[in-house]
Design a protein around this ligand. Sequence first.
Ligand code: NA7
Length: 542
Amino acid sequence: MKPSQSEFDVVVVGAGFSGMYLLHKLRQAGLSARVLEAGKDVGGTWYWNRYPGARCDVPSIEYSFSFSPELQQDWQWTEVMAAQPEILDYANHIAERFDLRSDIEFSTRVTSAHFRDDEQRWHVTTDSGKEYAARFCVMATGCLSVPNTPQITGADNFAGDVFHTGNWPAEGVDFSARRVGIIGTGSSAIQAIPVIAEQAEHLTVFQRTPNYTMPAHNRSLSDEFRKQAIANYDEIRQQQRESQVGIVGYGFGFGGADNVEPTEEILQTTASERAALVEEEGFVAIRRFADVALDPEANELACDMYRQQISRMIDDPETAEALMPRDYPMGCKRPVIDTNYYETYNRDNVSLVDLRKGGIDTITANGVQTEQGHYEFDTLVYATGFDAMTGALQKIDIRGRSGERLVDHWEAGPRTYLGLQVNGFPNLFTVTGPGSPSVLSNMLVSIEQHVDWITECIEHMRDHQLQLIEPTLAAEEEWVAHVNDVAEGTMFTAPSCNSWYLGANIPGKPRIFMPYVGGVGEYRKKCDEVVANDYQGFVLTA
Ligand code: NA7
């Protein structure tokens, strides 16, 4: 590519796994593409989230690309669930193997993407003032890529170092001899807390909502297992594509534990039977019950078992009580798995502040002032999550036909057709966008499916001399209604549930369940049917 070139068939925003695979596919299709990436290198989520303990919660054999049989045969995962450095190595390996970096512009943040009606093209501008024009624009901006830092009074007064798990320094942080305060107890915090506690002089955890987390049974993969898995990849991949969440559980169940089919009904058990199960098996006993995911009463019994196990694990009764989730069902938030999370609260150098007893008032120069008192520390870690799914898209000034702004189109919550396109925004695609299985699935499976669909669509348009593709308003409305219908009645949308899936973690964000619960298998069928029916629901114009 010539350095001065600024016109392409496709501009892709983001060089995480989506943007990287897109670039590879578009090149294979003979299309010119430029990828614009804010980071200094590839990897997206795995580039930014380098906090201690960061690890994937999907088995690595399955959290990997299937598009290249050679890559799949060559890459050797070392653990059941890979840690962040290994996944970033994998991303770097892909970039090198397919020579991707030559078409990626790094340290380049996209600020706007405007559709020009007169040219029928997208104009994309960056923070360095460069402008690119392309027939197609694909947002591969990730679902958890805009860190959420809550606006707490006095935050600027804090005199020590401040970090956010979602934007961690590449050189790492040495916590030894530091007194650390961490805000949040979501998945990132639950992974980071045990590791920081081992290093720090003292760790104070500020918890607003206790989470449900299951033990991760992470371990090294044996050569024998790896060989067997790699030999079975065709079958594993096929099953992944047809499954509910893009995970087969090849060799292991949830969190690397033994596979347990939930076949029993908790509502048929007695209190003493449940207590005995907790005694014998701990948290994982809950996984045998099928009705927990479906019935609020069954769910509450499971929550009670969960709390019993916390009591068994935590030495100090007050800390145990503070760690017990109440008032919202298990399965409302994204399931979390951990290594030594609860055990960490038995350490002498760890204390827990239960913000349910009095929230944070201000951040001071040397700590946090809560309604319960002042807590001192010299290093502050925000583990406060992300403006999920829509954050990265809404941060860019995206304008479609007649200058319509995406933020206006989405004022009452995200509206898409299939999570792929938006009415009024022709030739703009979103990878794993709201309205698709996305964050409810193994992202790599969903990314591959979307990238394949988008690339084949663009090829189809080129081969048939078509200029524009856009969903009809009716198709978009029907899809949005369908996405809501299937989420209705699940634990995800229980009235007491507040999760980032619902946008509930961001003040003022509309409460809408954003991903599609229908499952990756069913969803893929739907997308394929749409194509087979001549892009049903889309308008394609010459
Ligand atoms: P999450 O899951 O959104 O967790 C964020 C945590 O931060 C959660 O415990 C929040 O409590 C807490 N939080 C947020 N704002 C505040 C304020 N103002 N005060 C106190 N506590 C606060 O983000 P993660 O990064 O852990 O995980 C995101 C996903 O990444 C995860 O689901 C995996 O898919 C990977 P709350 O529950 O809102 O009361």
